[in-house]
Design a protein. Structure first.
Length: 96
């Protein structure tokens, strides 16, 4: 069995000791259970996410709606691009 040495503040240690005493077990047993639960929960979540992704069922959170750019912003972004787009649109319109 491995040992883990870590530093925790006095207040946290007091909380751990009080909880362990109220449950009638050692601080070591309590810390082992809490750490195991934290690591296992994370592994289970990752495994579930992987299964959902593989099945194509992973739901992405909704993305915030973005406003379309204003006409002025569009014009400003194309300024200096030349007349190629205008000419292509004009040729397309003439062909109809």
């Amino acid at each position: 069995m491995r040992q883990l040495i870590t530093r925790i503040d006095e207040a946290l240690h007091d909380l751990l000791r009080a909880r362990a005493a109220s449950e009638g077990r050692s601080v070591n047993a309590l810390v082992t259970e809490v750490l195991t639960a934290a690591v296992t929960k994370q592994d289970e979540r990752a495994a579930l996410r992987a299964r959902l992704r593989a099945a194509g069922l992973l739901v992405k959170p909704p993305q915030p709606k973005r406003r379309p750019p204003s006409l002025d912003a569009v014009i400003a972004s194309t300024r200096g691009s030349g007349t190629a787009v205008s000419e292509a649109l004009e040729a397309d319109r003439d062909g109809r």
